[in-house]
Design a protein. Structure first.
Length: 348
């Protein structure tokens, strides 16, 4: 029945269901390559099904993490360099799970935009699939939300959700004690934290995002978008080898805030800043902003993306194992009596 008004459609209101369907079809091959034991259903259903028993867990504890990539996304959008923020999204969730002692099993993403561009969205989701492959988890689903009036122009938002599992008696941290060796795994740059300050410093500098990078080949924007390193597979290998008491993902808050999260009451950490060289991106930021050492260490990872507290008798073997897995391993300090993080040496 007609009331005489024009017949509006959802597309007239700015939502193109066909574009969403086209995106799902396009990303199916990327999701398929992340399949792993335990996946029962993937894209297209109302929910993703996963069987932990098929993944090797008889009595698992499930562990979940959710995160985004912060205002690093702004740089990705402004430079149209969209291929790696999906890796960041997975890494920020999966690296947190391994700190609990859990193996990431499956991942879901949320992509929201004002007007869906299938090609641009697919580049992001294909990056998510790459991140899942690096973490050993399956991309089993997600949500693409087209919301006209909420996001302008090419803007979009991105969030992720990861579920992992561990044996019931395998939770970390555990048995952390004074004298434990702190091993640091080198970062691949800024990872996904501190970007509101980074963008402020870039705006105040003489450089634009499309200008040449002062410390690396390519543009400044591309260098700032280097993706977060995924530590899952070497982290799990170290845990299974024995002697790992705790892992700390060095994200927002840096070493200063994240190391205390793995330490029992009454214990602190002594960190030797001379144990590693500050990567050049951090030196450039410090110089541009006149940032002091304390500010750097509580804002950025400063070259250490993951820290492990390990049994001193196992430290050498674990260093070798992690190095063989492709990590740059640094002995950055010790667990001590007391509280907080005490630094010696110079960040340079």
């Amino acid at each position: 029945m007609s009331n005489g008004r024009n017949g509006l459609t959802y597309a007239d209101a700015g939502v193109d269901i066909d574009a969403g369907n086209a995106l799902v079809e396009r990303i199916k091959p990327a999701a398929k390559r992340t399949a792993r034991p335990g996946v029962m259903s993937g894209l297209g259903g109302f929910g993703a099904l996963f069987d932990p028993r098929a993944a090797g867990y008889e009595d698992p504890v499930l562990v979940a993490a959710t995160d985004g990539v912060g205002t690093k996304l702004r740089i990705a959008i402004d430079t149209d360099h969209l291929e790696t923020v999906g890796i960041d999204l997975v890494a920020m969730c999966a690296n947190d799970l391994v700190c609990q002692g859990a193996e990431p099993l499956f991942f879901l993403d949320y992509f929201a935009t004002g007007k869906l561009d299938t090609g641009r969205a697919a580049r992001v989701v294909e990056g998510i699939a790459e991140g899942c492959a690096r973490a050993g988890c399956a991309l089993t689903g997600g949500e693409t939300a087209e919301m006209p009036g909420m996001y302008g122009g090419a803007d979009f938002d991105l969030a992720g959700f990861c579920v992992g599992a561990m044996a019931r008696d395998a939770a970390l941290p555990r048995d952390v004690a004074a004298g434990d060796v702190l091993l640091g795994l080198a970062s691949d740059g800024l990872h996904s934290n501190g970007y509101s300050l980074v963008r402020r410093l870039v705006q105040g500098s003489a450089l634009g995002l499309d200008d040449g990078c002062p410390w690396a080949e390519g543009t400044l924007g591309a260098a700032l978008l280097r993706p977060t390193r995924v530590y899952v597979k070497p982290g799990l290998a170290a845990i299974r080898a024995g002697g790992v008491h705790a892992l700390a993902h060095i994200t927002g808050g840096g070493l200063t805030e994240n190391l205390p999260r793995i330490l029992p009451e009454g214990l602190g950490a002594a960190v030797d800043l001379d144990a590693w060289a500050l990567p050049p991106v951090f030196g450039w930021l410090a110089a541009e902003g006149g940032l002091d050492t304390a500010e750097m260490l509580k804002t950025f990872n400063c070259g250490v993306g993951m820290a492990l507290a390990v049994d001193p008798d196992r430290a050498a073997a674990l260093r070798d194992l992690l190095a063989q897995a492709g990590e740059t391993v640094l002995e950055i300090g010790r667990v001590t009596e007391g509280q907080g993080v005490a630094y010696t040496g110079r960040l340079a």
